[in-house]
Structures are given as structure tokens and as C-alpha cells.
Design a binder for this molecule. Structure first.
Ligand code: SAM
Length: 287
């Protein structure tokens, strides 16, 4: 089967269908076979796997997934790409394409209907404009995704695995690390895509934890505290949380919680670990 990464072949396919790239859908197609192989290697795909691919484009990554996986379900939003995919993936009998917005697909239902409710793997070169909603949706809706191996903007991959004190550390780092163990796979430069994005990209693998990194706390309250902290990251923890009316706690209650935990009253939230955010949540909301 002719690989779509061959630029002449890719261009011929695009011309045949009069396809033009849509920036609003984050369309940057991969043109490097070695990188496609590296993504699929990193995801550890075997014939036992059911893979969900988000945004197949014209099917470059889908072809490689089809060769390695048992079954591939590819979800593409752009209806103009569907006839192209029907053509380029005509010989890939284990691939099913759905023309839908991934944010509206019920993956729990899909897993029940098409994979007997068993866990699946997500592999994608994500549309960058909705990376965070896609990942948070996969993680917070408790869909049975055992691992998520994705291409994202490098800056976003850096934020996902950042720790306390780093400039990249924030609500995204804590959400990702609460639900998963992230592993940085590789950096990918703009010349590996058509059209070329303006920034470097990176492949990251997120392995879902069997249980969250901290347990026994109110998850909603934990993330309310985390989000309130990073809205004003340069402020002290005491001031940012006192300004967050949504939390419904007084400045005195926060001051006394910080004292009870033995922390400096001027500590900044950006220095706290996930475990410390969990301790603070317990002290503030279980008394
Ligand atoms: N997988 C292809 C590749 O690597 O060459 C294309 C990746 S491109 C970065 C992102 C793809 O996601 C595009 O095909 C785009 O149309 C699709 N897309 C954008 N928003 C989407 C959404 N909400 N749901 C599903 N697919 C989406």
C-alpha cells in the first residue's frame, strides 16, 4: 500500500479531491514515516488492541495503526475528509470511520458496543486548538482509555509533566498527573508536517492510573482549589484562595488551614505538590 506520507502521493490525493486545509480544525498532516512508527511504537499497539484515533486527516497515522492494531475507530470532524478516507483506507478492513466531533462522541457507549466494554488505547496527532478539552474529557468522564499517546504542542507536553516551582506547572499538570503517569516520548519539528505549524510539537504517552494519585478527597473541591490557585499564580496561596468566592471559605479559615498544615503563611500555590493540595482540601472541607 502506497504510504500517504510520500509528498507526491499526498499532494495527488489532496488535488484529486480539491481539498484545502482548514486552520480552524487544526489541520497539520504528518509527512514523516519514522515519526508515525515512533508514535505507534510508543503506544505499544498490538493485534489485541482496539484503538481510537482522533482526527485521522487523510489517514496517514491510521494506515500504520491499521497494520498493527486489531481494530481502529477513527473519529474525524471535517466531512470533506470522509470521501478521502474512504479512498485512502479502502484496503484497511479493520478501520471504521465516524464523521463526528470527538467532544460529542460517547466513548463509554462505543467501548460497550464495539469492544465489549474492554479498555482501549487512544492514539492521535491532536488538533491543537482543543487539546486540553479532549484530554480532560477523556480523563474526567472516566472512559476506559488505558493509555493516550498523542502529538501535542511541545509547550503543552512540557506543562503536562511539569512539577512544583517550574514556570510550566499549573492546573493542567496537576490534572494530568492526578489521573495518569505521563512519559515524554520525543520532540517533533515543524518541517514534519504539511502545512507546517509555527511551533515545535511533542509526542507524549499518558498511562491511566488504576486509581488517582491521591485518594479519599472530594475531587471537585480539589480541582476548585487548584484552579483558583493558578488563576493568580503570582499571589500567595492565602490571597488567591480568599479571592475565590466560589470556594465558599473565609480568609480566616484558609489562614488557619495553612497554619494547621505547618506551612508558611506567605507560601505560593505554585510550590505545592498534588499531595499538598489534597491535604489542604481535606483540612478545608472535612471539618
Ligand atoms: N492524523 C492526521 C495526521 O497526523 O496527519 C491529521 C492530524 S491533524 C493535526 C488534526 C485532525 O483532527 C484533522 O484532520 C482535523 O480535521 C481533525 N479534527 C479537528 N477537530 C476535531 C474534532 N473536534 N473531532 C474530531 N476530529 C477533529
Amino acid at each position: 500500500m502506497e504510504r500517504l506520507t510520500n509528498p507526491t502521493y499526498m499532494q495527488a490525493v489532496l488535488n484529486r479531491y480539491g481539498f484545502s486545509f482548514k486552520k480552524k480544525f487544526g489541520q497539520n498532516f504528518l509527512t514523516n514515516d519514522a515519526i508515525l512508527e515512533e508514535i505507534v511504537d510508543a503506544a505499544d499497539i498490538t493485534k489485541d488492541d482496539f484503538v481510537v484515533e482522533i482526527g485521522p486527516g487523510i489517514g496517514t497515522l491510521t494506515q500504520v495503526l491499521s497494520e498493527r492494531a486489531g481494530k481502529v475507530l477513527a473519529v474525524e470532524l471535517d466531512s470533506k475528509l470522509i470521501p478521502i478516507l474512504d479512498d485512502t483506507l479502502a484496503f484497511c478492513k479493520n478501520v471504521e470511520i465516524i464523521n463526528q466531533d470527538i467532544l460529542k462522541v460517547d466513548l463509554n457507549q462505543i467501548s460497550k458496543e464495539k469492544n465489549e466494554g474492554r479498555p482501549f488505547k487512544v492514539v492521535a496527532n491532536l488538533p491543537y486548538y482543543i487539546t486540553t478539552p479532549i484530554l480532560l474529557n477523556l480523563l474526567t468522564n472516566h472512559v476506559p482509555a488505558e493509555s493516550i499517546t498523542v502529538m501535542v504542542q511541545k509547550e503543552v507536553a512540557d506543562r503536562m509533566q511539569a512539577g512544583p516551582g517550574s514556570k510550566d506547572y499549573g492546573a493542567l499538570s496537576l490534572a494530568i498527573q492526578y489521573y495518569t503517569e505521563p512519559e515524554y516520548i520525543c520532540t517533533v519539528t515543524p518541517n514534519n508536517f504539511i502545512p507546517q505549524p509555527k511551533v515545535d510539537s511533542a509526542v507524549i504517552r499518558l498511562d491511566r492510573r488504576t486509581k488517582p494519585a491521591v485518594t479519599g478527597i472530594d475531587e471537585d473541591k480539589l480541582f476548585d482549589i487548584i484552579r483558583s490557585t493558578f488563576v493568580q499564580r503570582r499571589k500567595t496561596l492565602l490571597n488567591s484562595l480568599s479571592n475565590a468566592t466560589k470556594l465558599g471559605v473565609t480568609k480566616d479559615e484558609i489562614r488557619s488551614a495553612i497554619a494547621q498544615l505547618g506551612w508558611d503563611e506567605n507560601i505560593r500555590g505554585e510550590k505545592l505538590t498534588l499531595e499538598q493540595f489534597a491535604e489542604l482540601t481535606k483540612v478545608l472541607f472535612t471539618q
